[in-house]
Design a protein around this ligand. Structure first.
Ligand SMILES: [Zn+2]
Length: 163
């Protein structure tokens, strides 16, 4: 089966000494970057082509956001938690208001809850993605091969722009 060995992986030969020395930002800095829709690794912006379409890599540092298949399932949970939190606030507020005034109408909280349930996931979507990226990066530091791949991506991009 192994009559045709795989070509030599060029990665190791292209390693630079400083690749292994990258210091990650503190976790709170990463989370703040995520909350501002920025790259958790470098703080760079312009990560989205549109409100819902995220670039594959950070244009500034080359960090690949989808670190493994199904990675952004975590962003779904962030979005879900925010939306559920808002609905919880609406329900709690309604209980308090209804307790003070038994005649309070159920219509305003229903409208508010419906609006939050529809709009919050859309509005929060890009923030949920960058925040999840930050949480994941804070918990799982970059592997050396991810650092090298990010740098190679930037080198290729620079090469294309120079050509
Ligand atoms: Zn970056």
């Amino acid at each position: 089966m192994a009559s045709h060995p795989e070509p030599e992986e060029p990665l190791a030969a292209e390693l630079r000494a400083d690749d292994a020395l990258e210091r990650a930002a503190p976790w709170d800095v990463m989370v703040k970057r995520g909350l501002r829709k920025r790259c958790p690794r470098c703080g760079g912006g312009h990560l989205f082509r549109s409100w819902v379409r995220m670039r594959e890599r950070c244009p500034r540092c080359g960090f690949k956001f989808e670190r493994e298949p199904g990675f952004f399932l975590g962003a779904y949970f962030v979005n879900f938690a925010v939306t559920e939190g808002l609905l919880f606030i609406v329900v709690t507020a309604f209980i308090i208001i209804k307790n003070a005034n038994a005649d309070a109408s159920v219509v305003p909280p229903l409208i508010a809850g419906g609006a939050f349930a529809v709009l919050a996931p859309v509005i929060c979507y890009p923030f949920a993605r960058t925040l999840w990226s930050a949480i994941d990066l804070a918990m799982t530091p970059l592997e050396l091969e991810e650092i090298v791949a990010a740098r190679d991506h930037l080198d290729q991009k620079d090469g294309k722009e120079a050509a």
